[in-house]
Design a protein around this ligand. Sequence first.
Ligand code: IPE
Ligand code: IPE
Ligand code: MG
Length: 260
Amino acid sequence: MSHNSDLPNAEYSLPASGADAGVDSIPRHVAIIMDGNGRWAERQGLPRKAGHRRGVSNIRQVVELLAQRGIRVVTLYAFSTENWRRPNDEVDSLMAILAEEIEPQTRELHKAGVRLVHLGDMNPLDPALQDAIRQAQAITEHNAGITVNIAFNYGGRDEILQAVRRMLADGVLPDDVDESLFARYLYTDGCPDPDLIIRTGGEQRLSNFLIWQAAYSEYYHTPALWPDLDAAELDRALSAYGQRQRRFGSLAVQDHPSGA
Ligand code: IPE
Ligand code: IPE
Ligand code: MG
């Protein structure tokens, strides 16, 4: 694809030769808990929704940087199934921001060859927002660049329960349930497990994010608030990942268990 894009790197795809060195130490899938928007706004004396807006505007450069570093899949935690417990005006502003931003962001990400995938339960979302999400997925479906999963109204427990319900509805027999069949019923069907989970905002918890898929993920947390997460901090996270020794329960150090 060649586009007249305002982005420095018009197509977010794997560098032709992979990474220069140590290909094995580059995560395939990086998942990010984008936390700290509210604190960012409070520190500037702004309403929390201003932090959420600022947070959305940081997505493009983070995705671009990760694509340049050779990452194939990024999952962004944008709204959890528990975030409905926030005050109505904050929930309303989060929904409004997604509704406003989805088209312009999709346009730019599409130009850059990004494939967008929604993870989570769409049912409680406004029908117009559901349509916009489906459209964003359809428009970008065949793009060959980095895959960006947006976890919006996503909860790990909810994901597991909906998988169980669908398996039962399909009449799956108990003896046929194994890890690979189960994984096919999750929102992340077909997606490799996250190699690296980054949490901004300083907390050291998963907050119901990818609880099945994170079984052997490496974890990195930073006090940087999501709107402030920049290339230098992302490179620190990637380099910390490169130093980790992954064993997956065995004695041998491995990188990606599936070898993909
Ligand atoms: C993360 O930022 C975005 C969402 C959870 C929707 P927060 O809104 O949780 O920001 P803090 O943690 O209060 O600073
Ligand atoms: C996790 O952040 C959810 C998202 C970033 C979307 P929260 O701010 O909701 O997490 P807790 O409540 O501090 O655990
Ligand atoms: Mg938070």
